[in-house]
Design a protein around this ligand. Structure first.
Ligand code: ADP
Ligand code: MG
Length: 567
């Protein structure tokens, strides 16, 4: 085509980028290859930031957590079949965690795929994605690009947020149409995530139940953090005086250490509470399905945008279906002054237990054994982060996750990003990269050595984009522990063993980042302080006692028990 013709024509690539821009997409996380390389190039040229990864799962996890942090769908871009499947892990994880995300994947020629003729990277991706996502769509005609992207974005962000798969065959990307007609096919979403208000009678039912409670408790979940209704949540908690327990990613919604926090008296709070408000928290395995450890007579009020969530584990006495901000507005509006007030005896009971447990923890943290244990190492991290509340904390591993969650306090909402609903390993570098890209703030990723391995190659991405990410590895040389003997006299390492002599600090040096090796808490403090001050990519390999840690961290009870004696 001549230049004049080109000016009057557009193609699938341009329409995709135009549709994304029209809907305020600012960043794409992806891995290029056939057929989407030109799409990434064009996006970058047109002013969308493209962050290129080394593995699609990590790009996908980045998009997912970007969605959580910004309340806008995070976008991941993948190639056909294997790249698509790698990304699908993250899309499924996003769906499970209720994070808004769209995975856009190129795919092979429809007619070859459908007759299974054996195309390059042949796969029926739409069918493959379907069971794992909130919705899966395919754009089959160039003139449907605008509609397809609008539909994917709205589905991801409205109602309960989740992962959406959008399939764009190579032929559609390459299709050409008149530019003027093409522009008319695009649209900008109006009110992409409409408010959802609870009915007044549902609000009154909840208020009456709460007003009658002797031992009320609020459980704050990551849905509450996602809602970005921080001031209203604080207002509700403080004006009612109700003690609250934060789920891990809700830490910081109110600063840990808040006088109403029952985090350090969680077992007692769950065992004794008679009316429980679940605010953006599901009664799933993380809360023992409302069974083990709970008061069997507890009555539940659940605030959730998803009506189907009600009664999924325990009967819900007062369902409040709506978005958290609207529900809190309605509660504030319909509660009479002083009608809801947590009884003092209950507050005192929890405060006494909290003081007790905090003192016990302080004592355990005082110990500074050598070789270094998880506690000592994480206390050093905690002390540095205390001075830097703006730092995002990414956290995964078994012991590295469970112990850091208890030791490291959060002061600011949405700053703790962790393994979440699945307890998945592998989110580390993806979450860290997106947190840095989306916020411009420093990030510290506290990683078990095993957990780190799932995404470690994207250290190169951190260095290539020169991001302020400090990866801190709790290196005990193993999955759970690093001191297990091989079974049955085998000459192979034990299934849980990793290389205890591994020098992760040297990995980042290969990409031009700064590596540190720390064998004492004091060395961790010095390294982390220096790395955060430098503001660039760094990695601290913390040498932890290989015998430190417990099998499966705090969830060992989830391992099925057979006859035993497997060693
Ligand atoms: P946690 O793991 O922290 O307990 P979950 O992921 O189990 O949290 O629960 C989050 C819940 O929050 C989900 O059931 C989801 O439907 C809900 N949710 C997400 N966003 C909102 C919102 N804006 N308003 C109300 N509920 C929400
Ligand atoms: Mg380990």
């Amino acid at each position: 085509a001549s230049d004049e013709d080109r000016a009057e024509l557009t193609d699938g690539y341009h329409l995709v980028v135009d549709a994304l821009k029209l809907n305020d997409v600012e960043t794409i996380y992806g891995v290029v290859g056939i057929p989407i390389t030109d799409l990434a190039r064009l996006a970058q040229a047109e002013g969308i930031r493209y962050v290129g990864f080394r593995h699609e799962s990590n790009a996908g996890h980045a998009a997912a957590i970007a969605g959580y942090l910004t309340k806008k769908p995070g976008i991941a871009l993948t190639v056909s079949a294997p790249g698509f499947l790698n990304g699908l892990v993250a899309l499924a994880n996003a769906t499970t965690n209720c994070f808004p995300m769209v995975q856009i994947s190129g795919s092979s020629e429809r007619h070859l795929v459908d007759l299974k003729q054996g195309d390059y990277e042949e796969m029926d991706q739409l069918a493959a994605a379907q069971p794992f996502v909130k919705a899966a769509y395919r754009i089959s005609r160039v003139e449907d690009i605008g509609r397809g992207i609008a539909r994917a974005l709205r589905t991801a962000i409205s109602g309960r947020p989740g992962g959406v798969y959008l399939d764009i065959p190579a032929a559609v990307l390459g299709s050409i149409m008149p530019a003027e007609e093409g522009a008319k096919t695009l649209s900008r979403l109006v009110d992409p995530a409409p408010r959802q208000l609870p009915a007044p009678e549902a609000v009154d039912r909840a208020i009456e139940l709460l007003a009658s409670a002797e031992r009320p408790l609020v459980v704050l979940g990551k849905g509450a953090a996602y809602a970005q209704a921080d001031d209203k949540i604080k207002q509700f908690i403080e004006s009612t005086g109700i003690p609250y327990a934060p789920m891990s990613m809700a830490k910081g919604l109110l600063p840990d250490g808040h006088p109403q926090s029952a985090a350090a008296a969680r077992s007692l709070a769950l065992k004794r509470a008679d009316v429980v408000v679940l605010m953006g928290a599901r009664l799933n395995w993380l809360l023992n399905h409302g069974e083990r450890g709970w008061n069997p007579d507890a009555q539940f009020i659940q605030i959730d945008i998803e009506p189907k969530e009600m009664d999924s584990n325990q009967p819900i006495a007062a369902p409040l279906v709506g978005d958290i901000e609207s529900v809190l507005d309605a509660l504030a509006e319909r509660t009479k002054p002083g009608q809801i007030a947590a009884p003092q005896a209950w507050k005192d009971e929890l405060a006494a237990k909290t003081a007790d447990n905090v003192a016990k923890m302080a004592k355990r943290l005082e110990a500074d054994p050598h070789p270094m244990q998880f506690m000592g190492a994480l206390k050093a991290v905690r002390d540095v982060l205390r001075e830097r509340p703006e730092v995002y904390l990414v956290n995964e591993g078994a012991n590295a996750l469970d112990i850091a969650r208890n030791v490291i306090d959060m002061q600011v909402p949405r700053h703790r990003l962790d393994s979440g609903t699945w307890g998945v390993m592998g989110i580390g570098m993806g979450y860290a990269i997106a947190a840095a890209v989306e916020s411009g703030q420093p990030v510290v990723a506290v990683e078990g050595d095993s957990a780190f391995g799932f995404s470690g190659m994207d250290l190169e991405t951190i260095c290539r984009y020169n991001l302020p990410v400090v990866t801190v590895i709790m290196n005990n040389g193993g999955v759970y522990k690093g001191d297990e003997a091989p079974g049955g006299g085998s000459s192979d390492p034990a299934p849980t063993a990793l290389m205890s002599a591994a020098r992760h600090d040297q990995m980042i040096e290969a990409f031009g980042g700064k590596g540190y090796r720390a064998t004492t808490p004091a060395e961790i403090t010095a390294a982390l302080t220096e790395a955060l001050a430098a503001g660039g990519p760094a990695l601290i390999d913390c040498v932890i006692d290989p015998s430190a840690g417990t099998e499966s961290g705090h969830i060992a009870h989830l391992n099925p028990k057979g006859l035993g004696n497997f060693g």
